[in-house]
Ligand binder design. Structure first.
Ligand SMILES: Cc1cc2nc3c(=O)[nH]c(=O)nc-3n(C[C@H](O)[C@H](O)[C@H](O)COP(=O)(O)OP(=O)(O)OC[C@H]3O[C@@H](n4cnc5c(N)ncnc54)[C@H](O)[C@@H]3O)c2cc1C
Length: 292
């Protein structure tokens, strides 16, 4: 429904695009948190929201239902979709359901191997790489969805080398992606280098930097360990200097994110994607600081 609004926001040279990422809640308590967060952020000029997809369809119903709730609140919505455990027919059916639920975009992903499996094994009638899912969406429904793909400023953990990772990124875009959202990174130098390599490889679409306001050193170590993102030593020292005071650590995370975003925008990034972990407070503070 809002496909063009998403693409126009990402291409607006005068105003940075802002997106926020939710994950589908597992129970009533966390569902309430998501809905409260969404209501708190909705009036703050967010251009679009996205909602993640659990490995192997584990969140199929909740991605659809909470994605639908975000659409009803007025967010142009990008639904994430992975190839894990799905046949092509199942993926086609899911894409139709995303359309019926009013989603305006799809972040087309391969997905990680399910827990307990070391390597990604495609469904016998499914896809091995995100590029093929992009092709499926672009082939049938390209006019209905803004299609995004993932990019990795510090290289995808399974990639053989940086060159091939960038080449495959360029192939995903050539298959029909309208934009790239990056994995979180805490050192802007990684983003600038990644963008430069992508441009040299012929990637012309907006590359939206993924920013996570760190909540605490413990949270950052967990999360960054999971996505293999580096935590700069300076940030570690600033967080350590707060001692056990988690609120002080969260404030350090907000300031770090604001400084990252200011530099990214000043040097040409099309906007920023906030990994908000379904929490409103840090996102509100980041947005307020950037607009002051
Ligand atoms: C912004 C963002 C959002 C995410 N959201 C989710 C989510 O909602 N749910 C979830 O489960 N996961 C999510 N992920 C994680 C993602 O699914 C994993 O990082 C996954 O391991 C890779 O997905 P991809 O789409 O980048 O895969 P691909 O682009 O397929 O790449 C995977 C690996 O294969 C290589 N490769 C790519 N194409 C080819 C090719 N044609 N031939 C050979 N090798 C190739 C790449 O270099 C890379 O190493 C997200 C990641 C990001 C950055």
């Amino acid at each position: 429904m809002f496909r063009d609004r998403i693409i126009d926001a990402l291409r607006d040279p005068l105003r940075p695009a802002v997106s926020v990422e939710f994950f589908p809640p597992k129970d009533a308590g966390t569902a309430d948190t998501l809905l409260r967060t969404a209501r708190a952020l909705q009036p703050l000029g967010i251009d679009f929201a996205s909602i993640t997809y659990g490995a192997g369809g584990t969140s199929r119903d909740t991605t659809l239902s909470y994605g639908g709730a975000l659409v009803e609140m007025g967010f142009p919505l990008v639904g994430h979709l992975t190839c894990v455990g799905h046949s092509r027919d199942e993926l086609r059916a899911l894409i139709r359901q995303y359309d019926e639920a009013g989603f305006s975009g799809i972040l087309a992903l391969r997905g990680d191997p399910p827990k307990g499996q070391a390597v990604f094994t495609p469904h016998p009638d499914g896809f091995s790489h995100a590029e093929e899912l992009v092709g499926l969406i672009s082939g049938s429904l390209s006019k209905r969805f803004a299609v995004g793909v993932a990019g990795f400023p510090e290289m995808h953990p399974e990639a053989v080398d940086e060159q091939s990772d960038i080449r495959f990124l360029a192939q995903k875009v050539a298959a029909g992606a309208d934009f790239i959202t990056t994995q979180l990174f805490l050192d802007n130098a990684d983003y600038f280098r990644f963008v430069e390599l992508a441009r040299v490889a012929g990637v012309g679409v907006p590359i939206l930097p993924g920013i996570m306001p760190v909540l605490s050193l413990k949270q950052a170590r967990n999360f960054c360990g999971f996505c293999k993102a580096r935590i700069p030593e300076v940030l570690v020292s600033e967080l350590e200097a707060c001692g056990p005071d988690e609120e002080a650590q969260r404030k350090v995370g907000v300031i770090w994110a604001v400084n990252q975003i200011r530099e990214l925008i000043a040097r040409g990034a099309p906007g920023y994607h906030l990994y908000i972990l379904n929490r409103a407070e840090s996102a509100q503070e980041v947005l307020a600081a950037l607009r002051s």
